[in-house]
Design a protein around this ligand. Sequence first.
Ligand code: AMP
Length: 402
Amino acid sequence: MTAPHPTSTVLVINSGSSSIKYQLVDPAGGEAVASGIVERIGEELGAVKHVAHGTTTKREVPVPDHAVGLRIVLGLFDEIGPDLAGSHVVAVGHRVVQGGALFDGPVLIDPQVEKQIEDLSPLAPLHNPANLTGIRVAQALLPDVPHVAVFDTAFFRTLPDAAATYAIDADVAAEHQVRRYGAHGTSHQFVSRRVAEVLDRPLADLNQIVLHLGNGASASAVRGGEAVETSMGLTPLEGLVMGTRSGDIDPAVVFHLHRNAGMSIDAIDDLLNRRSGIKGICGENDFRTLHDLVAAGDEKAALALDVYLHRLRKYIGAYHAVLGRLDVLTFTAGVGENDDIVRLRVCQGLEPMGIVVDPVRNEGRIGVPTVISPDGAPVTVLVVPTNEELAIARQAVDVIGA
Ligand code: AMP
């Protein structure tokens, strides 16, 4: 049976420094009508993948810049489908990483918004310029539809000052916009709202912790639908142990490595973002491989998993204290949805806090919203798959009022 033809769609674009990910989404039904990625933009040979009508098309062609990349994507929609002209594209939704203190929700993109995204680039030098390039290229190629920016930080604009403020010289902080902005906000917002729908309880009544555990990982505390804490900070480096990122460390590690190991600031940036986390400790950052190594007796892998779980447990305890009362704990993203070992082990020992996982309900990969705590447990533990593209598409539709 084929899905009914959507009455409207949103093209969601996530433009990175050397890639463009895209998805054509039916915001009402929630389906991805088509999706794909252009990678290695600017290299000798780029890679393009387009998935539509159940088939995957791959091409290796030169993609010198984002404009060529997006033109190739539009060409694939023409050639393979679905036909964009017939897909009733009502908006293009752009993922923008850093909205700073300026944006607390999605906005229609105009020249002033573009300038503001540009001005925020010092806070996300790898991401905002790439996001802006994607916006400009898409506007030029699709001038007749509204373009909407959805910020990864927006959900965390409600953080109380006590949670958002770093305890450093206030003048320095103000001058250089040094505060905690968070990241993965689109996912935390989507999942925390979905939890209320799934449990059929008012969002306003729920105190929640959401654990977004993917290659990047973050935790949030959400009271009545509003974020009150999150683990990522000025950048997505703070907080949980991640695939390749350190998460929390003593900032003096940076001075130590600079002064005593002779490492440059760029080298330390690379170390903490790309050669740390699970990979830094044991050489692997995919949890499937990690578990295989642990099962084979690899001590470094076992340590990496212990460090990861220990940090997570600390955050759950801290956020429980921030919230005062905890109703729901939810796992999402690649590890959170698929890894029953992580879910079970992180909750072991938390029974006195009311957090219990039923091993049978928890078993295996979980692709639909599922309660994994026993009936009647004080804290409802859930797995809820995230869908950032759908969240962006729905926010874009809200902005344009379609
Ligand atoms: P994400 O960033 O949300 O796409 O998550 C990617 C990560 O999810 C990968 O690096 C893996 O560590 C993890 N992952 C994906 N599938 C599985 C699985 N079946 N079991 C355990 N971990 C998984």
